[in-house]
Design a protein around this ligand. Structure first.
Ligand code: XMP
Length: 326
């Protein structure tokens, strides 16, 4: 029967069978899913697993440091960081279509993992040695919404499912493929991961790249990063993290509106707040945040981020809206 302990044991066993005496790398994103997948695989194959964190330049404030510190402290896993922001931004230049962005990001993740293989093997490696397996924290809803379930439409290509390149050389290891997020959290707790990791709100692998509506550029990322960090700070200090599933902060980079700030006219960009409540991300409702919190977030963002002169609230459920805007 379903207990976190039973599931964790069964999954560890399954992974051990699949990988045998091979080597694996696991892409860590800073999110819950990849952390739990990594912890499971580490339990199964020990130090034949190397975790790889790809810094694609689309992370939020402080995220990279968090992965490098929290995850390693919690698991003792071997971690390599790949600095790939130049490449990701170059490949994303000029791209505005959401599915194209997702496919580019999915592909570049894989290219980064491939590029990390020699470092993973280290200098003492034998000639024929290789890394055959790639561990991903894919969940059941990722599979379904990428069109992988039977009879389902492709709503969006999750970077680690529908966004994978066709010439993928790794064999995938996806121990969480049949689980929902709350089950993944239970398994993570069972494996001894700390609450700062398992309790974290979901954040998509493609990061801020799918929260900039329009072309992704370094400047726009910086604007969004500052607005997002203010929103997160205020939600946390108002004690609201437990009530929301996640709160994407979105930059409408191609939209401008007229404002007045200080004693001058501005022509800036809107920021959208998208707080949602959900059980499993398959459906969601917009969260009725207290007006005082909304006001604080709006005032701070428009005061502290010069390029933004308007903050708007998304009051759409899923369906018809998805949680992320792209
Ligand atoms: P949507 O926007 O489809 O999002 O309602 C449902 C949940 O999935 C997350 N999401 C992703 N997670 N890679 C991920 O790891 C992706 O490509 C991706 N796209 C969406 C989203 O944040 C929400 O929790």
């Amino acid at each position: 029967d379903w207990t976190a302990a039973n599931i964790a044991d069964a999954l560890v066993e399954q992974v051990r069978e699949q990988i045998g005496d091979g080597r694996a790398i696991c892409g860590l994103s800073g999110g819950v899913d990849s952390a739990v997948a990594a912890a499971l695989v580490q339990r199964a194959i020990g130090d034949r697993l190397t975790c790889v964190f790809v810094d694609h330049g689309l992370m939020r404030e402080g995220e990279r440091q968090q992965v490098e510190k929290d995850f390693v402290a919690a698991t003792g896993a071997r971690l390599i960081t790949v600095d790939a922001s130049e490449t990701f931004l170059r490949e994303l230049a000029g791209v505005t279509d959401p599915e194209t962005k997702r496919k580019i990001i999915g592909r570049e993740f894989i290219r980064s993992f491939e590029g990390a293989v020699s470092e993973v093997l280290g200098e003492g490696a034998d000639k024929g040695e290789t890394v055959k397996f790639l561990v991903q924290g894919t969940l059941y809803p990722d599979v379904v919404e990428s069109g992988g379930g039977s009879g389902t439409a492709n709503i969006k290509s999750h970077h680690n499912v529908g966004g994978l390149p066709e010439d993928l050389e790794f064999e995938l290891v996806e121990p969480l493929r049949l689980l929902f997020k709350d089950e993944v959290r239970a398994v993570g707790r069972q494996l001894g991961l700390p609450e700062e990791i398992v309790g974290r709100q979901p954040f998509p692998g493609p990061g801020l790249g799918i929260r900039i509506i329009g072309e992704v550029t370094r400047d726009r990322l910086e604007i969004l990063r500052r607005a997002d960090s203010i929103a997160r700070e205020e939600l946390t200090s108002a004690g609201l993290d437990g009530q929301i599933w996640q709160c994407p902060v979105v930059l409408l980079a191609d939209v401008r509106s007229v404002g007045v700030q200080g004693d001058g006219r501005t022509y800036g960009h809107p920021i959208v707040l998208r707080p949602v409540s959900s059980e499993d991300a398959m459906t969601a409702d917009w969260t009725r945040l207290p007006y005082e919190t909304l006001e604080r977030i709006s005032t701070r963002i428009t005061n502290e981020v010069a390029e933004v002169n308007r903050v708007v609230l998304d009051v759409t459920s899923k369906p018809p809206g998805t949680i992320e805007w792209e």
